[in-house]
Design a protein around this ligand. Structure first.
Ligand code: BDR
Ligand code: CA
Length: 311
Protein backbone atom coordinates (compact mmCIF):
# COMPACT_ATOMS: atom_id res chain seq x y z
CA UNK A 1 0.00 0.00 0.00
CA UNK A 2 1.03 3.62 -0.61
CA UNK A 3 1.03 5.88 2.45
CA UNK A 4 -0.75 9.13 1.62
CA UNK A 5 -1.34 12.34 3.55
CA UNK A 6 -4.23 14.49 2.34
CA UNK A 7 -3.91 18.25 2.73
CA UNK A 8 -7.47 19.45 2.27
CA UNK A 9 -10.18 22.11 2.62
CA UNK A 10 -13.45 20.10 2.54
CA UNK A 11 -15.33 21.03 0.28
CA UNK A 12 -17.70 18.64 -1.53
CA UNK A 13 -15.16 17.32 -4.01
CA UNK A 14 -12.59 17.02 -1.19
CA UNK A 15 -15.10 14.87 0.71
CA UNK A 16 -15.36 12.46 -2.22
CA UNK A 17 -11.58 12.45 -2.63
CA UNK A 18 -11.20 11.51 1.04
CA UNK A 19 -13.82 8.78 0.71
CA UNK A 20 -12.10 7.37 -2.36
CA UNK A 21 -8.70 7.30 -0.63
CA UNK A 22 -10.01 5.74 2.58
CA UNK A 23 -11.84 3.01 0.70
CA UNK A 24 -9.05 2.17 -1.75
CA UNK A 25 -7.25 -1.08 -0.86
CA UNK A 26 -3.89 0.16 -2.19
CA UNK A 27 -3.81 3.39 -0.15
CA UNK A 28 -3.10 3.94 3.51
CA UNK A 29 -4.25 7.39 4.62
CA UNK A 30 -1.80 8.35 7.38
CA UNK A 31 -3.63 11.55 8.22
CA UNK A 32 -5.13 14.78 7.01
CA UNK A 33 -4.00 18.35 7.41
CA UNK A 34 -6.65 21.01 6.96
CA UNK A 35 -6.38 24.44 5.41
CA UNK A 36 -8.52 27.50 4.72
CA UNK A 37 -10.07 27.46 1.26
CA UNK A 38 -13.61 26.43 0.51
CA UNK A 39 -14.42 27.76 4.00
CA UNK A 40 -12.43 29.12 6.98
CA UNK A 41 -10.11 26.51 8.50
CA UNK A 42 -12.28 25.96 11.60
CA UNK A 43 -15.08 24.85 9.29
CA UNK A 44 -12.90 22.76 6.96
CA UNK A 45 -11.38 21.05 10.02
CA UNK A 46 -14.81 20.31 11.40
CA UNK A 47 -15.87 18.99 7.98
CA UNK A 48 -12.82 16.72 7.73
CA UNK A 49 -13.66 15.29 11.16
CA UNK A 50 -17.33 14.85 10.29
CA UNK A 51 -16.40 12.97 7.12
CA UNK A 52 -14.24 10.60 9.17
CA UNK A 53 -17.11 10.03 11.58
CA UNK A 54 -19.52 9.35 8.73
CA UNK A 55 -17.07 6.86 7.25
CA UNK A 56 -16.35 5.33 10.66
CA UNK A 57 -12.65 6.09 10.32
CA UNK A 58 -12.07 8.04 13.50
CA UNK A 59 -8.63 6.40 13.70
CA UNK A 60 -7.25 8.79 11.03
CA UNK A 61 -5.50 11.80 12.64
CA UNK A 62 -6.48 15.33 11.62
CA UNK A 63 -4.16 18.33 12.06
CA UNK A 64 -5.60 21.83 11.79
CA UNK A 65 -3.45 23.97 9.53
CA UNK A 66 -3.22 27.51 8.18
CA UNK A 67 -6.14 29.86 8.74
CA UNK A 68 -5.07 32.33 6.06
CA UNK A 69 -2.90 32.65 2.96
CA UNK A 70 0.77 33.68 3.34
CA UNK A 71 0.29 37.27 2.16
CA UNK A 72 -3.09 37.96 0.57
CA UNK A 73 -6.43 38.18 2.38
CA UNK A 74 -8.59 35.14 3.07
CA UNK A 75 -11.31 34.40 0.50
CA UNK A 76 -13.60 31.39 0.79
CA UNK A 77 -15.98 29.58 -1.59
CA UNK A 78 -19.14 28.79 0.39
CA UNK A 79 -21.18 30.12 -2.52
CA UNK A 80 -20.17 27.02 -4.47
CA UNK A 81 -19.79 24.28 -1.87
CA UNK A 82 -22.53 25.32 0.56
CA UNK A 83 -22.75 27.02 3.92
CA UNK A 84 -19.84 25.94 6.14
CA UNK A 85 -17.95 24.77 3.03
CA UNK A 86 -19.98 21.65 2.35
CA UNK A 87 -23.50 20.81 1.22
CA UNK A 88 -25.86 18.87 3.47
CA UNK A 89 -26.04 18.08 7.16
CA UNK A 90 -22.93 16.57 8.68
CA UNK A 91 -22.71 14.96 12.11
CA UNK A 92 -21.23 17.08 14.87
CA UNK A 93 -17.72 15.62 15.31
CA UNK A 94 -17.05 14.02 18.68
CA UNK A 95 -13.90 13.69 20.82
CA UNK A 96 -12.59 10.71 18.81
CA UNK A 97 -11.61 13.00 15.94
CA UNK A 98 -10.27 15.86 18.04
CA UNK A 99 -7.37 17.40 16.03
CA UNK A 100 -3.85 16.42 17.04
CA UNK A 101 -1.88 18.97 18.97
CA UNK A 102 0.34 20.07 16.11
CA UNK A 103 -0.11 22.56 13.25
CA UNK A 104 -0.99 21.06 9.87
CA UNK A 105 2.30 22.23 8.32
CA UNK A 106 4.35 20.62 11.07
CA UNK A 107 2.24 17.48 10.81
CA UNK A 108 3.18 17.25 7.12
CA UNK A 109 6.87 17.48 8.04
CA UNK A 110 6.53 14.87 10.80
CA UNK A 111 4.74 12.42 8.52
CA UNK A 112 7.21 13.01 5.67
CA UNK A 113 10.07 12.19 8.04
CA UNK A 114 8.28 9.18 9.52
CA UNK A 115 7.66 7.73 6.04
CA UNK A 116 10.85 9.08 4.45
CA UNK A 117 10.95 8.36 0.72
CA UNK A 118 7.53 6.68 0.69
CA UNK A 119 4.90 9.27 1.48
CA UNK A 120 2.60 10.72 -1.16
CA UNK A 121 1.36 14.18 -0.26
CA UNK A 122 -1.93 14.90 -2.01
CA UNK A 123 -2.63 18.61 -1.71
CA UNK A 124 -6.20 19.41 -2.73
CA UNK A 125 -6.67 22.87 -1.23
CA UNK A 126 -4.70 26.14 -1.25
CA UNK A 127 -1.01 25.37 -0.80
CA UNK A 128 -0.38 27.38 2.38
CA UNK A 129 0.37 24.35 4.60
CA UNK A 130 2.71 22.83 2.02
CA UNK A 131 4.62 26.10 1.61
CA UNK A 132 4.94 26.41 5.39
CA UNK A 133 6.08 22.78 5.64
CA UNK A 134 8.75 23.54 3.05
CA UNK A 135 9.88 26.53 5.10
CA UNK A 136 10.21 24.30 8.19
CA UNK A 137 11.89 21.46 6.27
CA UNK A 138 13.69 22.53 3.06
CA UNK A 139 14.34 18.84 2.29
CA UNK A 140 10.62 18.12 2.12
CA UNK A 141 10.67 17.35 -1.63
CA UNK A 142 13.36 14.69 -1.08
CA UNK A 143 11.48 13.17 1.83
CA UNK A 144 8.36 12.66 -0.26
CA UNK A 145 7.80 9.94 -2.80
CA UNK A 146 5.51 12.30 -4.67
CA UNK A 147 3.67 15.58 -4.28
CA UNK A 148 0.43 15.70 -6.25
CA UNK A 149 -1.42 18.98 -6.34
CA UNK A 150 -4.91 19.93 -7.50
CA UNK A 151 -4.51 23.38 -8.96
CA UNK A 152 -4.07 25.61 -11.94
CA UNK A 153 -5.35 25.60 -15.48
CA UNK A 154 -2.30 25.38 -17.69
CA UNK A 155 -3.89 25.03 -21.11
CA UNK A 156 -7.51 26.09 -20.54
CA UNK A 157 -9.44 28.74 -18.64
CA UNK A 158 -9.54 29.37 -14.90
CA UNK A 159 -12.55 29.25 -12.59
CA UNK A 160 -11.83 32.38 -10.53
CA UNK A 161 -10.27 34.64 -13.14
CA UNK A 162 -9.94 33.79 -16.83
CA UNK A 163 -6.43 32.56 -16.03
CA UNK A 164 -6.55 31.33 -12.46
CA UNK A 165 -7.95 28.28 -10.70
CA UNK A 166 -9.28 28.59 -7.13
CA UNK A 167 -6.58 26.76 -5.12
CA UNK A 168 -3.71 28.65 -6.76
CA UNK A 169 -5.64 31.92 -6.72
CA UNK A 170 -6.40 31.61 -2.97
CA UNK A 171 -2.74 31.60 -2.01
CA UNK A 172 -0.68 32.52 -5.06
CA UNK A 173 2.56 33.00 -3.12
CA UNK A 174 2.34 29.55 -1.58
CA UNK A 175 1.51 28.02 -4.96
CA UNK A 176 4.41 29.84 -6.58
CA UNK A 177 6.89 28.58 -3.99
CA UNK A 178 5.63 24.99 -4.05
CA UNK A 179 5.50 24.77 -7.85
CA UNK A 180 8.96 26.22 -8.14
CA UNK A 181 10.71 24.15 -5.48
CA UNK A 182 8.83 20.88 -4.93
CA UNK A 183 8.75 19.16 -8.36
CA UNK A 184 5.00 18.58 -8.10
CA UNK A 185 2.66 16.68 -10.32
CA UNK A 186 0.05 19.34 -11.06
CA UNK A 187 -3.46 18.17 -11.80
CA UNK A 188 -5.38 21.18 -13.04
CA UNK A 189 -8.79 22.13 -14.36
CA UNK A 190 -7.60 21.03 -17.83
CA UNK A 191 -8.33 17.48 -16.71
CA UNK A 192 -10.39 17.76 -13.50
CA UNK A 193 -13.20 19.71 -15.14
CA UNK A 194 -14.21 16.54 -16.95
CA UNK A 195 -13.94 14.34 -13.88
CA UNK A 196 -17.68 13.95 -13.40
CA UNK A 197 -20.08 11.13 -12.61
CA UNK A 198 -22.90 10.90 -15.15
CA UNK A 199 -26.34 11.68 -13.66
CA UNK A 200 -27.53 8.17 -14.59
CA UNK A 201 -24.83 6.63 -12.38
CA UNK A 202 -25.64 9.09 -9.64
CA UNK A 203 -29.33 8.17 -9.58
CA UNK A 204 -28.65 4.51 -8.93
CA UNK A 205 -26.63 5.23 -5.80
CA UNK A 206 -28.19 4.12 -2.54
CA UNK A 207 -29.33 7.24 -0.70
CA UNK A 208 -30.68 5.76 2.51
CA UNK A 209 -28.95 6.72 5.70
CA UNK A 210 -26.78 9.73 6.53
CA UNK A 211 -23.77 8.74 4.39
CA UNK A 212 -25.89 8.09 1.30
CA UNK A 213 -27.65 11.40 1.67
CA UNK A 214 -24.38 13.27 2.15
CA UNK A 215 -22.75 11.62 -0.86
CA UNK A 216 -25.66 12.65 -3.03
CA UNK A 217 -25.34 16.25 -1.88
CA UNK A 218 -21.57 16.27 -2.40
CA UNK A 219 -22.03 14.98 -5.93
CA UNK A 220 -24.47 17.73 -6.84
CA UNK A 221 -22.73 20.75 -5.38
CA UNK A 222 -22.96 22.90 -8.50
CA UNK A 223 -26.01 24.96 -9.29
CA UNK A 224 -27.55 24.50 -12.74
CA UNK A 225 -26.08 27.74 -14.07
CA UNK A 226 -22.59 26.46 -13.28
CA UNK A 227 -23.18 23.26 -15.24
CA UNK A 228 -24.45 25.39 -18.07
CA UNK A 229 -21.44 27.64 -18.02
CA UNK A 230 -19.03 24.74 -18.32
CA UNK A 231 -21.19 22.63 -20.58
CA UNK A 232 -20.96 19.57 -18.35
CA UNK A 233 -23.82 17.36 -17.13
CA UNK A 234 -22.80 17.05 -13.50
CA UNK A 235 -20.38 18.61 -11.02
CA UNK A 236 -16.64 18.24 -11.58
CA UNK A 237 -15.19 16.20 -8.73
CA UNK A 238 -11.75 17.82 -9.13
CA UNK A 239 -10.04 16.55 -6.01
CA UNK A 240 -11.20 12.95 -6.38
CA UNK A 241 -9.27 12.66 -9.65
CA UNK A 242 -6.06 13.45 -7.74
CA UNK A 243 -6.59 10.62 -5.26
CA UNK A 244 -7.71 8.30 -8.05
CA UNK A 245 -4.39 9.06 -9.76
CA UNK A 246 -2.44 8.38 -6.58
CA UNK A 247 -4.12 4.97 -6.35
CA UNK A 248 -3.86 4.07 -10.02
CA UNK A 249 -0.94 5.16 -12.16
CA UNK A 250 -2.90 4.51 -15.37
CA UNK A 251 -5.37 7.25 -14.47
CA UNK A 252 -3.46 10.27 -15.77
CA UNK A 253 -1.17 11.17 -18.60
CA UNK A 254 1.41 13.73 -17.49
CA UNK A 255 4.19 15.66 -19.24
CA UNK A 256 7.25 17.40 -17.78
CA UNK A 257 7.17 21.19 -18.11
CA UNK A 258 8.86 24.30 -16.90
CA UNK A 259 6.14 26.22 -15.06
CA UNK A 260 5.54 29.07 -12.69
CA UNK A 261 2.62 30.62 -10.80
CA UNK A 262 1.85 34.32 -11.14
CA UNK A 263 1.70 36.11 -7.80
CA UNK A 264 1.11 39.72 -8.85
CA UNK A 265 -2.29 41.13 -8.05
CA UNK A 266 -4.74 41.29 -10.96
CA UNK A 267 -6.12 38.86 -13.50
CA UNK A 268 -2.95 36.76 -13.60
CA UNK A 269 -2.84 36.26 -9.82
CA UNK A 270 -2.55 32.51 -9.27
CA UNK A 271 -2.25 31.75 -12.98
CA UNK A 272 -0.23 28.66 -13.82
CA UNK A 273 2.14 29.69 -16.60
CA UNK A 274 3.47 26.69 -18.46
CA UNK A 275 6.25 26.97 -21.02
CA UNK A 276 4.59 24.82 -23.69
CA UNK A 277 6.92 25.89 -26.51
CA UNK A 278 10.08 25.78 -24.40
CA UNK A 279 10.76 29.47 -25.13
CA UNK A 280 12.45 30.08 -21.77
CA UNK A 281 14.92 27.26 -22.20
CA UNK A 282 14.33 26.40 -18.55
CA UNK A 283 14.46 22.79 -17.40
CA UNK A 284 11.15 21.16 -16.38
CA UNK A 285 10.40 21.68 -12.68
CA UNK A 286 7.41 19.36 -12.46
CA UNK A 287 4.79 17.49 -14.42
CA UNK A 288 1.36 18.61 -15.57
CA UNK A 289 -1.58 16.30 -16.22
CA UNK A 290 -2.52 16.60 -19.89
CA UNK A 291 -5.17 13.90 -20.14
CA UNK A 292 -7.10 11.47 -17.96
CA UNK A 293 -8.85 8.17 -18.45
CA UNK A 294 -12.32 9.41 -17.50
CA UNK A 295 -14.04 6.05 -17.96
CA UNK A 296 -11.54 4.54 -15.57
CA UNK A 297 -12.17 7.37 -13.11
CA UNK A 298 -15.96 7.00 -13.29
CA UNK A 299 -15.67 3.30 -12.85
CA UNK A 300 -13.40 3.58 -9.82
CA UNK A 301 -15.43 6.27 -8.08
CA UNK A 302 -18.75 4.70 -9.05
CA UNK A 303 -17.93 1.22 -7.81
CA UNK A 304 -16.24 2.56 -4.67
CA UNK A 305 -19.38 4.52 -3.80
CA UNK A 306 -21.70 1.64 -4.63
CA UNK A 307 -19.73 -0.77 -2.47
CA UNK A 308 -19.45 1.62 0.45
CA UNK A 309 -23.12 2.60 0.40
CA UNK A 310 -24.30 -0.99 0.23
CA UNK A 311 -22.31 -1.96 3.29
C1 BDR B 1 -10.55 23.38 -6.37
O1 BDR B 1 -11.07 24.46 -5.60
C2 BDR B 1 -11.93 23.99 -4.61
O2 BDR B 1 -13.13 24.70 -4.63
C3 BDR B 1 -12.15 22.52 -4.89
O3 BDR B 1 -12.29 21.81 -3.67
C4 BDR B 1 -10.93 22.11 -5.65
O4 BDR B 1 -9.88 21.74 -4.79
C5 BDR B 1 -11.08 23.48 -7.79
O5 BDR B 1 -10.71 24.69 -8.38
CA1 CA C 1 -10.34 21.25 -2.41
Amino acid sequence: TRPVLIDTDPGCDDALAILLALEHPDLEVVGMSTVHGNAPVDATTENARAILELLERTDVPVARGADRPLLVDLETAEHIHGEGGIKGDLPKPGPATRPVDVHGARFIVEQARAHAGDLVLAAIGPLTNVALALAIEPDLPDLLDELVVMGGAAFTRGNVTPLAEANFHSDPHAARRVVRDCSPTVVGLDVTREATLPPSRLETLEADGPLGRSVREWLTYYEAEYLDRYDIESAAIHDALVLAAVADEEMLETEPYSMEVGADDGLARGALVCDVEGVTGAEPNGRIAVDADYDRFRDLLGTTLERRLER
